[in-house]
Design a protein around this ligand. Structure first.
Ligand code: GDP
Ligand code: MG
Length: 430
């Protein structure tokens, strides 16, 4: 299990204890610290987390009516948030000057994809962006970058014949500097950890272009290896920020803690898909929430929330909401993360229906209405209780999961697949 899940398990165990006392607290802290240490998070940081939680939540002297469980959970979240904050302002490219940004990371981490996403995002913010392909190792590397860049309408530079990546990088950056580009992104090749040549080459590229910023791109599913990997890069080049990719998958991204610890660099963005727009600013609270399996990802987008409170919630919103929840992993796992909702095995109930029933559109519409009212009620209730946005988001995920739990398994199966979903939407719109 990855770091996030282990911390989540420790929290859940604490939440389910009949009485939260010193022993329960100690047991929880021991488990959390063990998980952090095994993920190579720095010892001093782990010790700090332990002491800080003990200091902030005195379980023995708290009145019994106080919600100790919630307080402890909050304290753990807060500590994880501060571990993800290295206390350093992230690099911000400046307009009207050349910002050379070099991307580094292992092969397959998502560098080339992320380069284009980064350029695309900044282009929308009004920067003049360009891409340089300094990967001469991977066959088709230049074509990949070219294709991505062309799609996003971003100028690029590379070569099919030159084999020295430092040479190409130098030429490309010089050309774009001259042409007044503001963000010049240098994509490098990533090989495997064992290959000293990769690090050698990366250093040469770095020397050749003198980057204003080096971004370390890390796959969120890397887990245990994160610390070693991040430190290896940090030793050779001046890693200034970190981007975590593939957060749309099942990985919870616990390795991010180690990456920050190893590099002392802040996480600036996250990759949430293969598409150029699947790129977001890093938001520490929702990241931690997700790391602990609370799936803020499934929370309502603000505009959706607005539509819901105004009574304008659409079937399409419901579909989006379902998809977001399904992205969090198998439904039974999600359910287990919310108190009192575990226990039902969806695979089993799905398998029981052997015959392929026609889609029950009426049933779906009923579900939709029920879901809209339930969610409206939850939002109203939460507003009354003055709950913060984050809580509200988590609550929404729980509400959606609960609704799905009650649904016809056949229908759920259809909701799970994009094709089934499209078919259902089409039928409903008839
Ligand atoms: P590189 O070797 O580091 O340049 O990695 P690439 O950019 O070529 O990416 C490797 C694979 O990961 C490609 O298939 C990408 O489409 C995919 N990928 C990159 N970022 C993401 C992401 O955020 N989510 C998903 N699902 N796939 C990604
Ligand atoms: Mg690449």
């Amino acid at each position: 299990a990855d770091l996030g899940s282990r911390v989540a398990v420790a929290l859940r165990k604490m939440a389910q204890a009949p009485l939260v006392d010193k022993d329960v607290l100690n047991e929880m802290l021991t488990e959390i610290c063990k998980a952090l240490l095994q993920a190579d998070v720095n010892v001093a940081q782990v010790k700090h987390l332990r002491e800080s939680i003990k200091k902030n939540v005195d379980v023995e002297s708290l009145a019994s009516g106080m919600n100790k469980r919630k307080m402890l959970e909050q304290a753990v979240c807060n500590e994880l948030c501060s571990m993800l904050d290295p206390g350093k302002e992230p690099y911000a490219p400046k307009k009207k000057q050349a910002n050379v940004i070099m991307f580094v990371g292992l092969q397959g981490a998502g560098k080339t994809t992320t380069c284009t996403k980064y350029a695309y995002m900044h282009k929308r913010k009004g920067f003049k962006c360009a891409l340089v392909c300094a990967d001469t190792f991977r066959a088709g590397a230049f074509d990949q970058l070219k294709q991505n860049a062309t799609k996003a309408k971003i100028p690029f530079y590379g070569s099919y014949t030159e084999t020295d990546p430092a040479q190409i990088a130098a030429e490309g950056t010089a050309k774009f500097r001259e042409e007044g580009y503001e963000i010049i992104i240098v994509d490098t090749s990533g090989r495997h950890m064992q290959e000293a040549a990769l690090f050698e080459e990366m250093q040469q590229v770095s020397d050749a272009v003198a980057p204003d910023e080096v971004i370390f791109v890390m796959d969120s599913s890397i887990g245990q290896a994160a610390h070693e990997q991040a430190s290896a890069f940090k030793k050779k080049v001046a890693v200034g920020s970190v981007i975590i990719t593939k957060l749309d998958g099942h990985a919870k991204g616990g390795g991010a803690l180690s990456a920050v610890a190893a590099t002392g660099a802040p996480i600036t963005h996250i990759g949430t898909g293969e598409h150029v727009e699947d790129f977001e600013d890093f938001e520490v609270k929702s990241f931690v929430s997700r790391m602990l399996g609370k799936g803020n990802i499934a929370g309502l987008a603000p505009e959706m929330m607005k539509r819901l409170t105004q009574g304008n919630w659409t079937l399409r919103d419901m579909r989006e909401q379902f998809q977001a929840v399904l992205k969090m992993g198998p439904l039974s796992n999600i359910m287990n993360q919310f108190p009192g909702m575990g226990g039902l095995d969806f695979h089993e109930s799905g398998a029981r229906i052997k015959k392929h029933h026609p889609l029950e559109v009426v049933e779906l519409l009923d579900q939709f209405k029920l879901m809209a009212t339930t969610m409206q009620k939850t939002i109203k209730k939460n507003k009354k209780m003055g709950k913060a946005g984050q809580d509200l988001h988590n609550m929404d995920a729980a509400t959606v999961a609960q609704m799905m739990h009650k649904m016809n398994p056949q229908m759920l199966q259809h909701l799970g697949g994009q094709a089934g979903l499209e078919q259902m939407m089409a039928e409903m719109e008839k």
